[in-house]
Design a protein around this ligand. Structure first.
Ligand code: NDP
Length: 287
């Protein structure tokens, strides 16, 4: 008899204390978005611009970054800048953060999103490729975090780490990529614990994404997927919302990502076979 009102009370408290997202939360905020010349990163830059944030975007291709910057200014960004170069170079990772300090004197949000090129096929044994990918997809994230932490501590800011279902469960044909995304989970989940222990008000949000219809994903994986990818514009907005609300993790699209994660620890073999069956594996030819 007591259980129903108790559960009701807990649910009422949960929904009452849940903060809603408002675009004004980002107004005037100083945000770095990496890998923002295309795909989800580009869409995040546009959302942030519409919300009136200051943006500093990065990628290798200068011409694309220039276009994104001018579009951001047209959409209402408080300011928009870019830095181009490859994140294989840890000096660049640090210089981007220094540039934010020079431009704005501080930083509110660090969105780590870029990835280096990798193949979608059976693991080919190339260890050098894994080393390079770890530098781009993992080490540069750590280097940027180390440089940005003093400013983020000062502002009570947020770190958003864009990861993948492949950073939580075993998915075939992406072994090097998967390794880099699992590494992000290990590092940032441990760091989150330390920040909490030390009472440091910097949030870390790990964004676990399923298949998103970006140009890169369409080119590399669409022939193996049985369903179309989710929209990149909505995905970008959900990432920003989850960071602004200081969530621990984001699952997008929710059910396709969350349900496999719930099955993972209870029935790993079942999940593995489900994962294989959801892919057109016959379309992957060993190269
Ligand atoms: P894109 O390929 O569209 O964008 C990648 C960005 O990274 C581009 O701006 C690219 O620009 C930049 N980049 C590539 N190589 C380097 C490099 N060496 N140094 C610096 N920047 C580089 O990727 P998505 O938008 O599809 O993915 C964005 C994030 O979402 C990634 O973290 C990805 O793992 C994650 N994700 C995506 C999924 C999807 O289905 N799309 C699924 C799950 C996760 P340039 O080439 O000019 O350098």
């Amino acid at each position: 008899k007591i259980l129903v009102p108790f559960v009701g009370l807990v649910l009422a408290f949960y929904f009452y204390s849940k903060e809603d997202f408002k675009p004004e939360m980002l107004k005037g905020k100083r945000v770095i978005v990496t890998g923002a010349s295309t795909g989800i990163g580009e869409q995040m830059a546009y959302h942030l611009a519409r919300m009136g944030a200051h943006v500093l975007i990065t990628a290798r291709t200068e011409a694309k970054l220039q276009k994104v910057v001018s579009q951001c200014l047209g959409l209402g960004a408080a300011s928009a800048h870019y830095m181009n170069g490859s994140m294989e170079d840890m000096a660049l990772a640090e210089d981007v953060v220094k540039e934010a300090k020079r431009l704005w004197g501080g930083l509110d949000m660090l969105i780590l999103n870029h990835i280096g090129y990798t193949y979608f096929n059976y693991f080919d044994g190339d260890i050098e490729h894994i080393r390079k990918l770890l530098e781009i997809n993992f080490l540069s994230y750590v280097a940027m975090t180390v440089s940005a932490l003093p400013m983020l501590k000062e502002s009570g800011g947020s770190i958003l780490v864009v990861s993948s279902t492949a950073g939580k469960i075993g998915i075939p044909f992406v072994a090097p990529y998967s390794a880099t995304k699992f590494a992000l989970d290990g590092f940032f989940s441990s760091l989150r614990q330390e920040l909490i222990i030390e009472n440091i008000s910097v949030s870390i949000t790990l964004c676990i994404l399923g298949h998103i219809a970006t140009e890169t994903a369409e080119k590399t994986i669409s022939h193996v997927m049985q369903k179309p990818g989710a929209p990149k514009e909505e995905c970008a907005l959900e990432i920003i919302k989850s960071g602004a609300l200081r969530k621990r993790e984001l699952y997008y699209p929710y059910t396709t990502v969350r349900i496999p994660l719930l099955i993972r620890d209870w029935a790993p073999d079942f999940l593995d076979s489900l994962t294989r069956n959801r892919l057109n594996v016959e379309n992957v030819k060993r190269s």
